[in-house]
Every structure is written in C-alpha cells, then in structure tokens.
Design a protein around this ligand. Structure first.
Ligand SMILES: Nc1ncnc2c1ncn2[C@@H]1O[C@H](COP(=O)(O)OP(=O)(O)OP(=O)(O)O)[C@@H](O)[C@H]1O
Length: 233
C-alpha cells in the first residue's frame, strides 16, 4: 500500500531537553499503527512533533508526498492530519453539536453530521448537552467524532482509552474498526495493550526517543516475552 506518512531521523527538543533522537517510521494508507513504550520514552512527543505542535524539531516528515516540516501548525489539519490529544480539548461551554460543528471542513470525503450521529448514537442523545456534562467516554467519542467531519485522512490519537471503563474502551475499539473499514488511516499511542492488539495492524516499540522495533500484529505471540520485559504487559 502507498505510504501516507513517512518520518525519518526526527529529533525534537523541549528547550534544552533533547527528547526524540532520530525517530523513523512509516504509515501506509489504510493502516492502523500503534506506538508502544514505557512512560516518558517520547510517544506523546512523537505525535506532537508530527502534528507540528512541537516546533523545535529536525528531520523529515512527509505526508501524502508533501514536506510537513514547512507547514505551520494551523495548516496541519488542512493537509489532512487530525489530532485527538490526551486531554481531548472539548469546549465545556459548548454543546455536543456545537463542538461537532466547530472544526472547519478541510477536504471532501468527511462524514456528515447524520453519519456521525449514526456511528455515535450516544452523542445524538446528548447533542444539546454542554461539554461539562459529558462523561470521560462521551468526551473521548466527541473528540474523535469532531475530527471525522473535517475530511482528514490520518487520525492521530494519544491514549484514547486512558481512564475509561472497559465497556467504553470496547466501544472506542469498535468505532476505530469502523473508521478503518471506511479507509481511515490511524496512528495511536496506547498503554492498554489488550485494546491495541485488537485494533492495530502493526506496532512500533519506542525507547529512549527512538523506534527500537517494528512488527505486524501476526508476530505478537513471539514478541510477547520482549514486550513483557519492556512494558510489563
Ligand atoms: N512540555 C514539556 N516540557 C518539557 N519536557 C517535557 C514536556 N513534555 C514531555 N516532556 C518530557 O519529555 C520526555 C518524553 O515525554 P512524552 O510525554 O513524549 O513521553 P511518553 O512516552 O508519551 O510518556 P507518557 O506515557 O508518560 O506520556 C519525558 O522525559 C517528559 O518528561
């Protein structure tokens, strides 16, 4: 499959602190990729650097053939990359439907509001509720749903299941599978290994600001010993 995102030799810094030390990774169109790794190894920073939030960076980020190193943060979505950060970013004073309609549509092919409500019936029921009244699971669904309208081709998620009840985690897994069936390319960081193993096509294992291995889901059984050691899963 064609490469949608290619990252080569990516370095990133927070002030003097050098956090990414040459990240190499590739995401093909339609793939679901999960980045695994212990706390503090640079997973979130990798996502934040790819999306352009962390600007102190060097290396190559190519998306759909264009050089993302030259693209300002506010144009990232226009190029087709949507990001759901760990903190979700729901506007608490706006209702569910207002939150949904907020991000601009950047390309054709996004979902209509009706399609979104069909995929997330709970959001339809809560459409007039303010963001403050939503549960953590509903906020996560809304944060994902909001991006689907925009027409982005790559959905990047930072720990989408964090702090959520098992039944909600399962629902988020179903949603991501549905999106994948619709052709969405998905890149996520996830600590919940069980969840990740059900949805990912391929994994990257990160340590000390680098990708130290990469393997398809089919190789999980023979990788489990290493993963146990590295992640404690
Ligand atoms: N805004 C920031 N300013 C300075 N240092 C930061 C900042 N954010 C993260 N760091 C540091 O950068 C390193 C990588 O953090 P990062 O959040 O990318 O790790 P992670 O693998 O996602 O771990 P976690 O699961 O704990 O979020 C850590 O040492 C962290 O303390």
């Amino acid at each position: 499959m064609a490469t949608l995102l290619e990252v080569q030799g990516l370095n990133a810094w927070y002030g003097e602190s050098h956090v990414l030390h040459g990240v190499d990774m590739r995401v093909a169109e339609g793939e679901t990729i999960t980045i695994l790794g212990r706390n503090g190894v640079g997973k979130t920073t990798t996502l934040r650097t790819i999306t352009g939030i962390v600007r102190s960076r060097k290396g190559k980020i190519s998306f759909d053939g264009s050089d993302m190193m030259q693209v300002p943060l506010h144009k990232t979505a226009h190029r087709g990359i949507g990001f759901v950060p760990e903190e979700r970013g729901i506007f608490s004073t706006l209702t569910v439907s207002e939150n949904l309609l907020l991000p601009p549509v950047v390309a054709g092919g996004g979902m209509t509001l009706d399609e979104i409500y069909e995929l997330f019936p709970n959001l339809y029921e809560r459409r007039a509720s303010p963001g403050t009244k939503l549960s953590g699971g509903e906020q996560q669904m809304l944060a994902i749903a909001r991006i689907l309208r925009t027409g982005v081709r790559l959905l990047i998620l930072d720990e989408p299941t964090e702090g959520l009840a098992p039944v909600i985690v399962q629902r988020i897994g179903e949603v991501l599978k549905t999106l994948k069936e619709r052709g969405m390319t998905i890149l996520l960081v996830e600590q919940n290994f069980r969840f990740a193993s059900r949805i990912a096509d391929r994994f990257y294992l990160m340590d000390h600001g680098q990708m130290v291995s990469e393997f398809p889901v089919g190789e999980l059984p023979q990788r489990m010993d290493t993963l146990h050691k590295v992640l404690g899963v």
